[in-house]
Structures are given as C-alpha cells and as structure tokens.
Design a protein around this ligand. Sequence first.
Ligand code: BG6
Length: 482
Amino acid sequence: MSPTKVAPHLFVILGALGDLARRKLLPALYHLSARGDLSACRILGVDTDDKLDDNGFRAWAHKLLESTGEATSADISQWCAKYLHYFGTGRSPNYLKLAARIEALEREHRLPGNRVFYLALPSGAVPAVVAGLGKAGLSRGPGWTRLVLEKPFGWDLASAQKLNLEVHRYFDESQIYRTDHFLGKETVQNLLVFRFGNTFFEHLWSREHIESIEITVAESLRVEGRAAYYERAGALRDMVQNHLTQLMTLVAMEVPAAFKSEAIRNEKIKVLEQITPIHPQDVVLGQYTSGRIGGEKVAGYREEPGVSPNSRTATFVALKLEVANWRWKGVPFHLRTGKRLPRRCTQIVIRYHCAPVSIFHPFESSCNIQPNVLVIILQPDEGFELLFQVKAPGQPFRLTTQPLHFRYAEAFGKLLDAYETIILDVLHGDQTLFVCDREVEHAWRLYDELLDKDIPVYPYPAGTWGPAEIDKLGASWLNRSV
Ligand code: BG6
C-alpha cells in the first residue's frame, strides 16, 4: 500500500517450479516489471531439479507466460533473459552453495543485498528450509531480508505455535510476511476504506442496526490437482481458519488508531479474542456428490483423482459465531464456504433490522417491508449493492426492493491481481496486509477444538448451495446473483 519506489533487490523463489510460482508468482512478477515497478531487480528460482540451468528455467517460464496470451513472445524472451536465474538444489539442498550463488548474482548485477525469500512450498517443507537459510547466514544480509510464508501456517494451534518458534529462531517478526492472498484483493482492502472513510456506513455498523452478517466464499471449482493436500486439510483449514476469518475480523473490528499495520493487526486480534467458543452444533459440514454445474455433469468429491473413495473430508463448511462485545453482542455472523457450489461468489451481506412498524399497512397487504441489505461483492464483479425499498409505480400501492450499485470495473477497469499487491507490499516492507504470529495463533485457537470433534459430514449434490442441514443455523443466505 506504499507509494515509494521499490529498492533494488534479489527475489528468491523457493519452489520455483511449483504450482504457486507457475500460476501466480511468475505472472505477477512479469506484470509488475512490465509496468516498471521492479526495474532494478533479479529473480532467482530455486527448486530441486538440478539438471535445469538459467536457460532451461527461462525457456520453461517463457512457455508458461506465453500461454497467458498477454504479451508478445519477444517481450517475454527479453524479460526472461534479463530477470530470471535458476539454482537447482537436488534432493539435499546445500544452503551454503545457495548463499554463494546469491552473493555472486548480487555482485554481477550490482545489487545492494536486499533479499526476498518467497517460500512457495508445501507447509511441511517450511521448517527445514527456514533452518537451512538461517544456518547458512541467509536470514541476515547486507541489506534488508524478508521471508514470505504461504498459508496454511501450521495445521492446528500447537503446530502453528511450534512453527512460529522455529521461524523466530532465525527471523524476526519484522522480517516475516505471512500471506493470506485474500488480504491482497483490492476489494478486501477497500473494506477498510468503505467502513472508515464513509461516515454513514460506520454509524450504522452495530447491533442497534444490524440483524445479521453473512460471509460467503463460494467456488464452483473442485480441488484442482491438490487432492493430497486437500484430503488432509478440508474446507475448515483451507478456507475458514484463514480467508473467512480474515474477512470477518475486517468487518467486525473497531476503528484502528491509524492506517498502520500494528494498529490494524491489534484491532483484528481483539475481535478474535472476543469470539465466543464455537459449538459443534453451530457447524455444518458437507461433501459434494456428483451433480451439474452450468449444465455440465460433474463428478463427486470421492470420485476425484487422488481422493479416497471413503473420504470424510469436508468440502463445505457453514457456521455461526458470535463476537461478544458491545458493538456485536447478539448479532450472528454466518460464515459459509464450499467447493462445487453453483457459481464463484465471495460476498459479505449485512442485513439491517426491518423497519419497526409499517405505516403502509392497509395498502401493503402483507405488511412485508424488506430489510435494507448491503452486499459487498469481493469477487467476481467487485463492488457493492445497497438494497432498499421504493414504491412500485402505479396502483395498487406496493413496495419493491431495488439495488443501488457500484462496480469497480465500471469505475476503474481491471484490478490488480492479489499477488501483485502482495509482492509490492513485501518489497515496500509494508506488513499491513500480512498476518502476524499472534493473529495466526488466535485464529487457530477459534477452530482448534472443532478439528478434533466428530462432526457429521452431510452430502450435497455439486451445483447446489450445500447440504439442507444448514437450515438449522437460521441464516437467510443471499444466493441470487445480485
Ligand atoms: C486458496 C485455497 O487459499 O484459495 C483454495 O487453498 C481456494 O482451495 C483458493 O480455491 C481461492 O482463492 P481465489 O483467490 O481463487 O478466490
């Protein structure tokens, strides 16, 4: 979020041939340099393949960037030749050799020794890599050194605490950037502006006015080749403990003292501390069976490649929680996420209380005045809708609900990809959009007991909004396309 120029640096990707580097990091780095944000930088890809050299890595990256169809082959070749380097570690990485390669590149390109280590690796590999970097003296360099870690950060509370200790053995908290890529999304950052830059929303942001809050992260996708990880993780670890909880804290937090990372993190942590323990009966888990999405027949979760035919992994979670403070006591927060739902949709629905009495009684026979609803749409079609009542023209006298809408695309065109924002913030040393050690542990504390409980997993057909059992949570769930 900082406007200053990026300092010259070496960007080291550990796991450079993996899925995250391929789908997100390399395209984001390419876009950032194409826009001129990364001029004095070099990228060092590190992975186990020790047959590959700089040219082999460039050819591999060229192919993948070309497949996005966003730039000409000549531009991509030029970029790869200028920016990309590679270091193959083999099966037993020698971090002293890696350190020597880093120093050689810095000398060759006259870089001042600022370094990013982006760990694009499965979480199980993180402790050994952090220790390897630390023991080789790579946690401190001639300039600044920043370590970027991906979610999941730990597997439960105990493992997250252990991982924090292990990482802190070599890196200070001020060097650590734990990403939750949802926080890099423009519309998620906009939540803070929306709440604290507009007086009329903030004044109506409490139990006096709000009936309930729903947060939905729905995907029509399946596990997309990550079955081995997902089978162990399930939706509670994969989405709820991090992305949905982050969204919830941004909605519920008090106004921070300043737009600074420490102030914002402190307010988010207070929300986490004020959530009452979640009862297993307020949690509904589901797993998709075969069904239809967009008219196409799709397989059930248990038929997906790499998934056990008896799997009990939840691909859907809906739950109700309460933030027991003066602002929110009594307002249910309903969180919901799932794979193979009818469409991709991330939204926050703020449902206001109904008008206390209807003065339209004899005309509006049902006396059915709908509540105002604010829908903050985080993706796709980013923006918001405010649903309000108007008189339907003509006779008989009738009220109808209409939306007042704002769309990012209409106002500003294409938005930055979350990973571009995340990378820029790391390079600027701005930790606002990253999760700190205490926050991660508080978030695990919320769900830790649920992870051990034997909560039933109900089937739901792909292409539906989850198992029928979610009705017991008493949420209204806005599913229509607004
Ligand atoms: C990831 C989860 O963190 O977020 C995936 O591991 C999920 O399972 C993804 O599909 C959703 O992110 P986005 O940005 O595509 O909404």
